[in-house]
Design a binder for this molecule. Structure first.
Ligand code: 3PG
Ligand code: MG
Length: 325
């Protein structure tokens, strides 16, 4: 894997796709800086070389274009504090001000672009949008591991607008890939994979790969309900991808054939609404009443998962097992 170590950034503008999708509270303060901290070594290497930096990221899932709540301006001070240097901000990632800003960068300077998802072209993987973004830098650095499973304009499509010698990965990406390689190829058995998150469609490839490596796969989070429905259960108004029921059945059949134990939750904490003051109760997972939805693992499932985890020598965890806001 080619990383920033193989490039001298002196006098160059590095366009870095980071994952600064961090949680903000109601006052728009960052409540967890982990993802920003993680990116700092990559940024420092480039600044040490005497390069300049254009940072681009998404924040949340804005649907209506520019929205204050999802503005990356809220995180500028955090990036600046953690990096120990001033960070400029461009209010529109492909506006004329943004291009003037990136063109004027001097060695050692850093510019953060506004939320890429204020343009629907980002998630669509639009080529023209990716090409525009590519004009912000001489070298493209992908360090957005948390977004690596999305083939969006700034994560995948943009790479084609840079020559082989002008693109590489950052340290976050390299570190995560090394960890995954270690887990997949040198795992001590029993090896248990915990796979959560909202969508089966996001996890099909990883589950298929893990079936060749893991002894146990614990399924959780929103996608568990697609599996439960695929097995004939009633899931009320829980999250479900109806177009993936067949996929879920195929995954279960494949696991059986390979002798991998797949654990689907057996009970859930259900609620009649997605809010803090909703009515809540426990339920078997396959008889969730109409109008109710599963939002977390039930006590029986927690106990089952605990037992499997405590008997494992290697754990790989991907995705939340309950609602995460
Ligand atoms: C994440 O936090 O999962 C990543 O930043 C990707 O965000 P997304 O799930 O909204 O694409
Ligand atoms: Mg996600």
């Amino acid at each position: 894997m080619k990383t920033v170590d193989s490039i001298n950034f002196a006098g160059k503008r590095a366009l870095i796709r980071v994952d600064f999708n961090v949680p903000l509270n109601e006052n728009f303060e960052v409540t967890d800086e982990t993802r920003i901290k993680a990116a700092i070594p990559t940024l420092k290497k480039i600044l040490k070389d005497d390069g300049s930096i254009v940072l681009m990221s998404h924040l949340g899932r804005p649907k209506e274009g520019p929205t204050n709540k999802y503005s990356l301006k809220h995180i500028v001070k955090n990036v600046s504090k953690l990096l120990g240097s001033n960070v400029l901000f461009a209010e529109d990632c492909i506006g004329s001000g943004a291009f003037a800003g990136s063109a004027a960068l001097k060695p050692g300077e850093v510019l953060l672009l506004e939320n890429l998802r204020f343009y629907k072209e980002e998630e669509k993987g639009d080529e023209a949008f990716a090409q525009k973004l590519s004009k912000h830098g001489d070298i493209y650095v992908n360090d957005a591991f948390g977004t690596a499973h999305r083939s969006h304009a700034s994560t995948a499509v943009i790479a084609k607008f840079f020559g082989q010698e002008a693109k590489c990965f950052g340290y976050v990406m390299a570190g995560e890939v090394a960890s995954i390689d270690k887990v997949l190829n040198k795992a001590e058995k029993p090896f248990t994979a915990i796979i959560g998150g909202a969508k089966v469609s996001d996890k099909i490839l990883i589950i298929e790969q893990l079936m060749n490596k893991a002894n146990n796969i614990l399924i959780g989070g929103g996608m568990a309900f697609t599996f439960v429905k695929a097995m004939g259960g009633q899931i009320g108004k829980s999250l479900c991808e109806d177009d993936r029921l067949e996929t879920a059945r195929e995954l279960l059949a494949k696991a059986k054939q390979k002798g991998v134990n797949i654990y689907i939750p057996t009970d859930a904490i259900i609620a009649d609404n997605f809010s803090n003051d909703a009515n809540k109760k426990e339920s078997k997972i396959n008889v969730i009443p109409d109008g109710w939805m599963g939002l977390d693992a039930g006590p029986e499932t927690v106990k089952m998962n605990n037992e499997v985890i405590m008997n494992s020598k290697t754990i790989l965890w991907n995705g939340p097992m309950g609602v995460l806001k």
